[in-house]
Design a protein around this ligand. Structure first.
Ligand code: PMP
Length: 388
């Protein structure tokens, strides 16, 4: 009820507009970063965030990006980009656009997500209101892929289901199918008429070779699948804050591609109108120039080699400490993450006693490991796993 009091209308209602709003659940990674920043211990280590750091623990700007910056300076307001696929707000935005396309044009479909997967996949398809199912991927006993169970789940899903696949450097497990296993998966997808949607966030981080890391996608393409693919340039070009991504949807012919592309642009138009130009211009400058491209290829290898070197160092240190446990999975897994198998209690001890921060599922970002802290980390892991 509103009453006229003097010269102003005053609301007498006691219910405010947002009284029904409680705080959203905290993002697990953001709370780790907050706790890490609040910790004053000199030897603290942040192994939560999946962003590349150099051996000094510092974020880097790739040289190919610096050179591309110099080349495009001042041109970005003049140029419009001609694009294959649809430019998206990094990998997250590419997934979100695809989920929306799926809901609009395959309204009875679901999305099958691996167990485990990047936790935001669940949020993205939830907000697009696409029902979710899961398929088995990781075997905690072997700390490797659960291939037979994965194949069973693919077989038992209704024909023409949508599956999200990580083509390389699976997050969070660091375990990828072999090429032979990808061929089997692709064959079964053909039999079942499933749709493969690839989320490519770490190209180059698994093997150090951009082409090799795209091999799973080539296997599917060779088998004649029509695929969807989300690409993020956050990690692979170190353009985290620029939010450059691409969504590609392979169609049967040009007409279909034109229609699908126009629908994706239509979806994006209502969400954010247009994506930002600057980062995309950097990417297209690098990809379009043979010199810058080969510089990029080398820089990706440097990042990936450093992560592999740290995996080796951590494993050797743990073995040298006389740990009775096996640590092969540190070096068997690839990419940015080591899915350590540490349990929540051990993760808590690492944080409380050693100031080492990681997600509760025991995922360790190898990007946070450096020559300077690997001994301290190995000792701490040895301490908390000794009696386990
Ligand atoms: N997919 C996976 C599997 C990821 O790990 C990430 C980033 N953590 C993304 C997509 C999206 O990343 P961005 O939006 O930063 O490109």
């Amino acid at each position: 009820m509103r009453r006229f009091l003097g010269r102003r209308w005053m609301s007498t209602s006691t219910v405010g507009w947002w009284d029904n709003v409680g705080p959203a659940p905290k993002d697990p990674l953001l709370s780790i970063t907050e706790a890490f920043l609040a910790d004053n211990h000199p030897e603290k280590i942040n192994l939560g965030v999946g962003a590349y750091r150099d051996d000094e623990g510092k974020p880097i700007v790739l040289q190919c990006v610096r050179d591309a910056e110099a080349r495009i300076a001042g041109t970005e307001y003049l140029e419009s980009l001609s694009r294959q696929g649809v430019q998206a707000i990094s990998g997250t935005g590419a997934c979100r656009l695809f989920a929306e396309l799926q809901r609009r044009f395959q309204p009875d479909s679901r999305i099958y997500l691996p167990v485990p997967t990047w936790s935001n996949h669940h949020n993205i398809w939830r907000d697009a209101q696409v029902p979710q199912r899961t398929f088995q991927y990781y075997n905690p006993a072997s700390k490797g892929i659960h291939f037979a169970a994965l194949m069973d789940d693919i077989k038992n899903a209704p024909n023409r289901s949508f599956f999200l696949l990580h083509p390389c450097a699976h997050n969070p497990t660091g375990i990828d199918p072999t090429d032979e296993q990808w061929r089997e998966i692709s064959y079964l997808f053909k039999v079942k008429n499933h749709f493969p949607f690839f989320d490519m966030a770490y190209q180059g981080f698994a093997s150090g070779d951009l082409k090799k890391d795209a091999q799973a996608i080539h296997i599917f393409l060779d088998d004649g699948h029509l695929i969807g693919c989300a690409q993020s340039f956050a990690k692979t070009m170190g353009l985290y804050g620029q939010r450059v991504g691409c969504l590609s949807v392979l169609c049967v012919d040009k007409n279909q591609a034109t229609a699908v592309k126009s629908q994706l642009q239509h979806i994006a138009r209502a969400m954010y109108s247009n994506p930002p130009v600057h980062g995309a211009l950097l990417v297209s400058t690098i990809l379009g120039d043979p010199g810058l491209k080969s510089m990029w290829v080398k820089e990706v290898k440097v990042m990936s080699d450093r992560l592999m070197k740290m995996r080796n160092a951590l494993r050797v240190n743990l073995e040298n400490l006389g740990s009775a446990l096996t640590w092969e999975h540190i070096t068997n897994q690839v990419g940015m993450f080591w899915y350590s198998g540490l349990n929540p209690e051990q993760v808590d001890r690492l944080r409380n006693e050693f100031h080492i921060y990681m997600t509760h599922d025991g995922r360790i970002s190898m990007a946070g490991v450096t020559t300077g802290n690997v001994d301290y980390l190995a000792n701490a892991i040895h301490e908390v796993t000794k009696s386990g």
